[in-house]
Design a protein around this ligand. Structure first.
Ligand code: NAP
Length: 343
């Protein structure tokens, strides 16, 4: 076995952000790398994920996932290569998905690592289109929103990791019309010309309600909410009777310092008998194999497209996270540590 490196770098949260995080809230620190303990593997991370929910983990509040600890490495999805194994079933050279991202080397409990096949898809895909965001889109549309053929669907954050998949899955499953909103004209172009959305608009170009009404003359039956705020209010106004909304994320408010006011038109929920339901992807693990099979098939046939915005080098981790919050990504935002650049 070749010698292990003596140390690796990892990102720590060093101050809790108030409002928008700043680079000073984080520090890149060195930590020793040692042989893995009993039942553990040592992984050289090749790609790690920066996700919107991580902003919530920077606050010291009780939530569905505990806050990051100050002066400790941050966590999140990562894929990497096993470089030392002290666990049955894992060998040096295996590729694994695990939850100790934001660092170059991770000592992972074997039970917390899942082997992934680099010959089936690029490894980064297991953090996006074939990973947690992909399952979120699949489950949030088909299960939470009870999507059915013929539904007209509106998705916000439509050029992101979750949103781009929601719109395409809706089309593949027979939606009558798919509408997306995103934060740049280039993203809007991509939604229509590359992902096959029927209509799309740039929410920065005018009121969401006006633009949604114009894009959905017959209303919408399903709203997949990644954004909250004025998007949710507009969707409530445009949803048809018995419409359904999946409340997946509300990124417009993640850096707010005071509670975000709710939609002003909640009363419409009664008259239109709408169903607005929150979702957490972790509740939908039972769909995992169906998801991989169906989405894997669409990827192989070329019917489903996906983008990744790849930022290179661990030094860029925080910039990638902040850039994702600002909308600099199209599709999944990935931090790549892979020297070879081919996995
Ligand atoms: P993403 O969409 O790939 O990236 C975030 C995007 O949010 C940015 O690219 C930006 O795109 C958009 N954005 C930022 N600020 C905005 C604002 N004020 N108004 C409108 N759009 C804004 O991220 P993702 O991983 O796919 O996640 C999408 C949403 O799903 C997030 O809300 C996330 O928290 C949620 N989520 C929930 C679950 C769950 O289990 N409930 C799981 C995964 C993700 P623009 O250029 O379009 O502004």
């Amino acid at each position: 076995m070749s010698a292990l490196p003596s140390a690796g770098r990892e990102w720590h949260l060093v101050a809790r952000p108030h409002g928008w995080p700043t680079p000073e809230d984080f520090a890149l620190r060195e930590a020793p790398v040692t042989e893995p303990g009993e039942g553990r593997i040592l992984v050289r991370n090749l790609h790690f994920s920066v996700d919107p929910y991580m902003r919530g983990r920077m606050n010291d509040v009780k939530s569905y996932v505990p806050p990051f600890q100050l002066d400790q490495p941050m966590e999140g999805g990562a894929v990497g290569e096993v470089i030392a194994s002290n666990a049955e079933g894992f060998a040096v050279g295996d590729h694994v998905l695990h939850f100790l991202g934001w660092r170059e080397y991770a000592e992972v409990e074997a039970g917390h690592a899942t082997k992934v096949d680099a010959s089936l898809a690029p490894l980064s895909a297991y953090l996006g289109v074939l990973g947690m965001p992909g399952l979120t889109a699949y489950a949030g549309l088909l299960e939470t929103a009870s999507f059915k053929e013929g539904d007209a669907v509106f998705v916000s954050g439509a050029a992101g990791a979750v949103g781009s998949q929601v719109g395409q899955i809706a089309k593949l499953k027979g939606a009558s019309r798919v509408i997306g909103s995103a934060g740049s004209d280039e993203k809007v172009r991509k939604l229509v010309e590359e992902y096959g959305f029927d209509a799309a608009f740039n929410y920065k170009n005018g009121p969401v309600l006006d633009q949604l009404r114009a894009a959905a003359p017959d209303g919408i039956d399903v709203y997949f909410d990644n954004v909250g705020g004025d998007h949710l209010e507009a969707a409530i106004s445009v949803l048809n009777p018995h419409g359904r909304a999946t409340l997946c994320g509300m990124i417009a408010g993640y850096n707010d310092t005071v509670p975000v006011p709710g939609p002003r038109n909640m009363m419409m929920i009664i008259g239109k008998r709408l169903r607005l339901q929150g979702m957490l992807v972790r509740d939908h693990a039972a769909l995992q194999s169906q998801f991989v099979q169906e989405v894997g098939g669409w990827l192989r046939s070329g019917e489903l497209k996906y983008d990744e915005t790849v930022v290179k080098g661990i030094e860029s981790g925080v910039d990638a996270f902040l850039g994702m919050l600002r909308g600099e990504n199209t599709g999944k935002m990935i931090v790549s540590l892979d020297q070879q650049g081919d996995r």
